[in-house]
Design a protein around this ligand. Structure first.
Ligand SMILES: [Zn+2]
Length: 430
């Protein structure tokens, strides 16, 4: 089946649902995301915690919000409500939660590895990148594209939102790893390899093992990342792919949105041995809010949601009217099948604190997977982010430690990728 150019549908459904076919391969039961309670209002943390939080440069390494940009009538400048349209990031809520910006993802759900589908995915990924640039170009007083690691602080100091770009799933690159340079020129500074399924570059954490880690093409892609200064992202890739990247990358690797298997045993998360290996290599894990705890809901919910998905297929662009109707039906469905048990802010905290304990404060950050399934009871959207700072202060971490978690560590890793690219550019060719 031909994939359409539009990937707006990537945001239409939560990732847990869009990936049910892939997830069926693994043991963990698929359950629905919780009904989003009322978003947290200002004053959710102490004035002292808020003062510290506002003094920090705060970046999230996995914002799936770009998938919302092409929804008719949806504007990132407007304030939205997670209970009504299931979105979690917009400018007013970023201001309220003091999120300075981050890495805005070009996400491509994995399709068949045919030349035709791959070319369509390539075109869609380029369009998504253009949409991110258009968001910045249309609002130059609100957003600014970031180039180097050093740019983030300058942009935030100017009162604008920091926009680095990232690739989630390198499938659109096809068999031409030099295409990564085109995306680099668009603004991409982090790239993953695979998503929920194996592809030409790597085994997925949620698929059967095909390559035993990175494929030969994946290793060539890693060489290209190091050459041009893109940070390799091993979230979604298998443990063996992570091991290959740790062994072969000449600069530190990142997990842009992952959790700890010791807290929640799920293939998307990593165990303590890999966490220590990541730390030893100089890399960083950015804690997400999706795979933090097993969820329990009426089994009928999954079937009901699948039927709703079939009614509004991902491959068809919706009119504004259809989109509104789809949201209304989804709200009704969320109300009909309430969560029996699900993740809360305490579970996100447990993942974060465990990673800090095992990997160390120089190797942990935040990548909550907003608009990609992220958000839990007690931290429903980015307006709630000061709670993370307050929780870390209460756990005994200093302002300097928390500054590393909120941006220092990822920017160190990005700067290291820049330094490696500069070193290779200066090295005599053999
Ligand atoms: Zn993801």
């Amino acid at each position: 089946m031909i994939h359409t150019i539009r990937l707006a549908a990537a945001s239409r459904w939560p990732l847990w649902l869009a990936s049910t076919a892939a997830l069926a391969l693994i043991a963990t039961p698929v359950t629905a995301r919780p009904v989003k309670p009322k978003p947290a209002a200002a004053g959710i943390v102490s004035p002292e915690a808020m003062r510290v939080h506002r003094s920090l440069l705060t970046l999230d390494t996995h914002l799936d919000t770009p998938a919302l940009l092409s929804i008719p009538g949806w504007s990132i400048l407007d304030r939205h409500d997670a209970r009504r349209d299931f979105s979690t990031v917009d400018v007013p809520r970023m201001r309220e939660g003091h999120l300075d910006g981050g890495f805005w993802a070009i996400f491509t759900p994995q399709g068949p590895l045919t030349p035709q589908a791959t070319r369509a995915a390539r075109d869609a990924a380029i369009i998504r990148g253009v949409e991110i640039r258009e968001m910045v170009a249309a609002n130059p007083k609100v957003f600014a594209l970031a180039d180097k690691a050093a740019d983030a602080a300058k942009i935030a100091a100017s009162g604008r939102i920091v926009v680095y770009m990232s690739i989630e799933n390198a499938w659109p690159l096809g068999d031409d790893v030099t295409l990564l340079d085109t995306f680099y020129r668009m603004g991409v500074r982090i790239s993953g390899f695979a998503h929920f399924r194996d592809n030409q570059f790597a085994d997925s954490a949620t698929d059967k093992e095909k390559w035993g880690g990175l494929s030969p093409a994946g290793k060539a892609l890693l060489v290209e990342m190091n050459r041009i200064g893109v940070v390799p992202d091993l979230s979604h890739s298998s443990d063996h792919a992570l091991e290959d990247a740790l062994a072969l990358s000449k600069s530190p690797v990142i997990l842009t949105h992952s959790g700890c298997r010791a807290v929640f045993d799920h293939p998307r998360n990593i165990d303590d041995a890999h966490l220590r290996a990541l730390s030893a290599q100089g890399g960083v894990i950015q804690i997400n809010t999706v795979y933090v705890k097993a969820e329990k809901r009426d089994p009928a919910a999954v079937e009901a949601f699948k039927a709703l998905m079939a009614k509004y297929p991902e491959t068809r662009a919706l009119t504004a009217q259809e989109h509104a109707a789809m949201l209304a039906e989804r709200r009704a469905m969320e109300a009909k099948y309430p969560l029996i048990d699900g993740p809360t802010f305490a579970d996100v905290s447990a993942n974060l604190l465990h990673a800090l304990k095992v990997a160390g404060v120089d190797h942990v950050g935040i990548g909550a997977d907003w608009d990609g399934g992220g958000g839990v009871a007690g931290m429903e959207d980015v307006a709630s982010l000061p709670k993370i700072t307050e929780m870390l202060l209460k756990a005994g971490y200093s302002r300097e430690d928390i500054a590393k978690v909120w941006s220092g560590n990822v920017l160190r890793v990005l700067a290291a990728a820049e330094a490696e690219a500069a070193r290779e550019a200066a090295a005599p060719t053999s």
